[in-house]
Each structure stands twice: as C-alpha cells, then as structure tokens.
Design a protein around this ligand. Structure first.
Ligand code: PLP
Length: 406
C-alpha cells in the first residue's frame, strides 16, 4: 500500500536535524544557537524558580489526582490565560465575547485554530503569513487544506521591518483573507512593528475585512513586560475585531516539553456576540474531542498555580525580567564586540531586534562555514537564538563571525 511513489521519504525537520548534528559534534568549543529555548549563563536549561515553587505546591497537594481534565481544559488556567493576554478589564472578557480552550502548547493552539477555519471560514481561505515566518506555520495550515501565501516582512537591507511591502501586500490580498500575525518577538527575525505601525495594520485589516489570527509564543520575552508585549493584541480587541489567538507558555514559563497552551476566539461587540461565541465554543469542543479528547494536566497546573497567585505572579515577572535582561545584555555585548573587531557591515540590528532570536544577515555559506570551521550551529537563514550566547562563549562567537564575514 505504501510504495515510495505513494509515501515518499520526507526530509528531516531542519531544526531537529541541526540539533542532531550538534549532539554528534565532539568539539569542546561547539555552540548551539539553533533551538529557541532559553539557556542560562552556563549554557544550561533554566527551570524558573517560580516553576519550582509551583511544582512543590502541587506535589504537596493531597487532593490532586490524575483524572481527565475537562475537554476545554482547566478552567482556572484558561480564564487567567485570557486575562494575561487581553487584560483583566478587557471589554471582550467583560462582555462574554471570548472563549478559551486549553491546547497542546502553542503548536496545538495554531492547529486548532487552523482546523476551525478550515471547517467554518467562508472568506478567502488563503492564510497570509510573514516572509519569513516560523516554518511550522506553513505545514500546520497546509495540512488542514488551507493554502498559505506570504506578505513581505523582513527588509534585507535595513535588517528591519519592510512595512511598505507588508502593507502593500495586505492591501492587494483578496478581501477577507486570513492574516497570521506575531504579536511580539517575531520568529525568526526578532523584528516587530511599532504600536503606531500596528494601528496602521489594523486600519488596513479592517478596511479589507481581513481576519486576524495572532500567534503569541513570546509574551514577556520581548520587552520583559507582559502587558507591553500584549499591546498589539489589546489594541485589536479594543478596536472591536473578531479574531483568533494562539498562546504558548513554552518560552515564558520554560515549560517547553510540558505543552501548556491556550487557544482563544473573540467576536466583535454587538447584539448576538455572546451567542456567537457560545456556538464557536461548542464547535471547538467537538474538534478538541476528536483531536486529543482532553489536554494534558501538568504544565497547565503549574502555569495556573502561578497565574492565580499574586505573589507567585510577581515572582514570575522577575524571572521573565532575568531571562529577557540576560538576552538584552548579550545583544549589546555581541554588537559591541563585532564593532570593536571592525567586522564588515553594520551590527545595530542585533540590538534593534527583540526577543529570543536575531536575524544576523549571515549568508547560508557563512552559516555553513561557521558550522564546519567553528562548530557553531545555527539555522541556514542566519537566525541565532540569543539565549545560546553567554559570557563564556560570546568572544569565541564574535571572532568566528568576524572570520567568516571578513
Ligand atoms: N509560534 C511561534 C511563532 C513559535 O516560535 C513557536 C515555537 O517556537 C510556537 C508557535 C509554538 O511553540 P510550542 O508549541 O512549543 O508552544
């Protein structure tokens, strides 16, 4: 039934292939700048102190068991997740125009949204994603029969936002297209629109009747401030948009493998809004049931413990500031080291960009030389995970970059 012309060999996921090559490299100098996971100054994974505390609290709770979660997940988790994203005083939450469902981290949330659109969306079913975007976006939408198209995003010359290209493409896209947006700390470029640019984008999306779908994987990681990182989303909600939002807690809680996430749908204000959202929620529950039945407990319990306790929440904000602060200091250090070395080109984009990643502008050839000659692993598009840099390896990295650029 499955000969090679029917089931051809698929290529390995590039990022996980890169990780495999890194593990096989025996050089003591090897550096992993591929994976988008936070590392401390010793290059080690960091269990957030607040997560350790929440874990302790959960382990000491004799009432917890391993029964199934409800289909929509742990309510104390999903309701606080919505408040975190939209604000506790969000008009959409107050007016009962939002529904939230726990998912398998951010990927599961994007997938559930894609599935919902595939089944029910009657506008232009092409999903517009940024060029470039998180590579998984294409296959998540394509797998459920929704084609993707790209809007320009990254300006290779300035290594910043191609706002002209982006707005022009959104204006030229057929009316009622789905537009996928990264609310902050864009992956892979680290380039975000300003709030004024978000306002212009909202105006175009409104004028064209496009449908916004936000994918939030880095709230708190961009600026270190949870509220500031949600500003674009909150603006769209204030403007009364109907929208979808995928929310991941992988990065901001360091709960990568625990798969804690949430999917939210919001309808526009007006008569019938609450009834519309109830119908949407009922369909999401059916989709969820056939996909995963009920979401996993542990990560959501950890996040929920923190989100529901003001003291722990404050401690989480400190932990976030530690992570984003270390990344910002690495950005400054890398830029100044390259400038001191006189490495050809400009390096201001390293500090202008934001969040976990930097789009260095290194070419594929330079990336491969870095891997072969210096044991530095990064994706072929020149993206580095800033969290892979630390005070011990940054000199080595800057010199290696200098060598391949010169
Ligand atoms: N969306 C974007 C833009 C991402 O960068 C990521 C992770 O890298 C995700 C979604 C989903 O991550 P997870 O499924 O681990 O929450």
């Amino acid at each position: 039934n499955f000969p090679a012309d029917v089931v051809p060999q698929a290529p390995e996921d590039p990022l996980f292939g890169l990780m495999r090559a890194f593990r096989a490299d025996e050089s003591p100098d090897k550096m992993d700048l591929g994976i988008g996971a936070y590392r401390d100054d010793n290059g080690k994974p960091w269990v957030l102190p607040v997560v350790k505390k929440a874990d302790e609290i959960l382990r000491n709770n004799p009432d917890l068991n391993h029964e199934y979660a409800p289909i929509a997940g742990i309510q104390a988790f999903t309701s606080k997740s919505a408040e975190l994203m939209f604000g506790a005083d969000s008009p959409a939450l107050k007016e009962g125009r939002a529904t939230s469902i726990q998912t398998i981290s951010g990927t599961g949330a994007v997938h559930l949204g894609a599935l919902f659109l595939a089944k029910f969306y009657k506008g232009n079913r092409t999903v517009y994603v940024s060029n470039p975007t998180w590579a998984n976006h294409h296959q998540i939408f394509n797998n459920v029969g929704l084609p993707t198209a790209q809007y320009p995003y990254f300006d290779k010359k300035t290594k910043g936002l191609d706002f002209e290209g982006m707005t022009q493409a959104l204006r030229e896209a057929p009316d009622r297209s789905v537009v996928l947006l990264h609310p902050c700390a864009h992956n892979p470029t680290g380039v975000d629109p300003t709030l004024d640019q978000w306002k212009e984008l909202a105006a175009i999306i409104r004028q064209k009747n496009h449908f916004p779908f936000f994918d939030s994987a880095y709230q708190g990681f961009a600026s270190g401030n949870l509220v500031r990182d949600a500003a674009a989303v909150r603006y769209f909600v204030e403007q009364g948009f109907e929208l979808l939002l995928a929310q991941s807690f992988a990065k901001n809680f360091g709960l990568y493998g625990e798969r804690a996430g949430c999917f939210h749908a919001i309808t526009s204000p007006g008569p019938g809004a609450a009834e519309t959202i109830a119908r949407i929620a009922s369909q999401l529950a059916i989709l969820q049931r056939s996909e995963i039945s009920n979401p996993p407990l542990y990560g959501a319990r950890i996040a929920s413990t923190v989100l529901n306790d003001p003291k722990l929440f404050a401690e989480w904000e400190e932990n976030l500031a530690t992570m984003s602060g270390r990344i910002i200091s690495m950005r400054k250090a890398l830029r100044s080291k390259l400038e001191e070395l006189g490495t050809p080109g400009t390096w201001n984009h390293i500090t202008d960009q934001i969040g976990m990643f930097s789009f260095t502008g290194l070419t594929e050839e330079q990336v491969l030389r870095l891997r072969n000659e210096a044991h530095v692993y990064m994706t072929k598009n020149g993206r580095i995970s800033m969290a892979g840099l630390n005070t011990k390896n940054i000199d080595y990295f800057a010199k290696a970059v200098h060598k391949v650029v010169t």
